[in-house]
Ligand binder design. Structure first.
Ligand code: TXA
Ligand code: MG
Length: 344
């Protein structure tokens, strides 16, 4: 050991102690569930164990879950969503111990888990053999995440299996943030939709690649890049910063498309001849929108984005003008979703 023989520990304690902190957080959340909720989650766990699909709430969006280790169950997820088979799934876990059975951890990844789990952070790491190729979309890596929602944690824990879950929408539609929307999209194709009310974040998890020398942000999301950088003490690269461009395969497809034309604009950029248009953003737009959604701040804009798009597409306007957020904090994820919804 150099540096006076000091041993690197996580948060100033041993790794064992820190890992049990995560377990304690999980136990606390699960113990807050009401008996009726526990009963439904137990039914869900039976379905997962027998290879079926269950939609469930997380803190970000609703997920469409199945046993991540069962290739046939995972095939049903792709079929139900109409999802391209090369777009890998996130494995949802309820403990770091479970994670160790699935992927090769490194200390930096572990440090992020201790700090941010349960929470909206998915970490891509080298996959172990137990994960079927189908779950990984054929990649040698896999994304793991511990959701910060009691129902999701209990579902994983009671089934004692990692749950592969994409957002519970038909591919290309906005990610659902309430159970009613899930039922409309996939309700008639699956045996159980667990209702946990509206999700807290409304935007998906941040996906970060920790397989290489540098951390790489594959998808901006609920956890800000700046927070990850502060914890790692180093810059998190963007895919374009690398010589070999690693992309999150899911980001190639057009996503979250509302049925109405969506145009990104500054508040003073609305064409004078625009008619029957809607505005959404944090500023007051110039001109007279037929419909207006004004958010308190970027956090609310991000959280309510999908719901707002659905509301505006139903309102009968012919175009939605969406304010371009600043690229910092949650604004980065927000802008990413808006650009996708606008079709690039
Ligand atoms: O918040 C969320 O992450 C939600 C909730 C349900 O947990 N899930 C979600 O899953 O958004 P999905 O399938 O809609 O998006 C997963 C993203 C995709 O962009 C996918 O390409 C990427 O994670 N991903 C998964 N495994 C990967 C891997 N091994 N390498 C690179 N990207 C990966
Ligand atoms: Mg999705």
């Amino acid at each position: 050991m150099t540096d006076g023989g000091e041993v690197k520990t996580v948060s100033g304690r041993g790794i064992e102690a820190a890992a049990s902190d995560v377990d304690a957080r999980v136990e606390n959340k699960i113990s807050a569930l009401a008996p009726e909720q526990l009963e439904i989650v137990r039914r869900g766990a039976e379905i997962i164990k027998s290879g079926g699909l269950v939609a469930f709430p997380t803190e970000t969006v609703y997920g469409l879950g199945a046993n991540a280790l069962d290739a046939e169950a995972v095939r049903r997820i792709y079929e139900t969503k109409g999802r391209p088979s090369d777009n890998p799934l996130i494995l949802h876990v309820s403990s770091i111990e479970m994670t160790e059975g699935l992927v090769e951890l490194n200390w930096r990844a572990r440090m992020l888990m201790e700090k941010f789990w349960p929470g909206p952070l998915s970490i891509v790491l080298p996959a172990k053999e137990v994960i079927p190729s189908r779950t990984r979309g054929g990649l040698p890596t896999a994304a793991v995440r511990m959701p910060d929602a009691a129902v999701a944690l209990a579902l994983i824990k009671f089934s004692n299996l990692p749950i592969a879950a994409p957002s519970a929408n038909i591919s290309g539609r906005p990610s659902p943030t309430d159970a009613e929307t899930v039922r409309r999209d996939v309700g008639d194709k699956i045996p159980l939709v667990i209702d946990g009310g509206e999700t807290r974040f409304g935007v998906e998890s941040t996906v970060i690649d920790m397989t290489g020398e540098h951390a790489v942000l594959l998808r901006p999301g609920g956890l800000a890049k700046e927070e990850i950088e502060a914890e790692l003490g180093e810059e998190v690269l963007l895919p374009q910063d690398q010589t070999i461009i690693k992309r999150s395969p899911g980001t190639r497809y057009r996503h979250y498309a509302p049925n109405v034309t969506l145009i990104l604009a500054a508040p003073d950029e609305i064409p004078a001849d625009a008619e029957n248009w809607a505005w959404m953003g944090i500023s007051e737009p110039a001109g007279n929108p037929a419909k207006k959604i004004k958010f308190r701040d970027d956090a609310e804009y991000a959280r309510e984005l999908f719901r707002a798009m659905r509301a505006l597409e139903k309102s009968g306007v012919s175009a939605i003008y969406a304010e371009i957020p600043e690229e910092r904090g949650i604004g980065r994820a927000l802008k990413d979703r808006l650009v996708r919804a606008a079709g690039g």
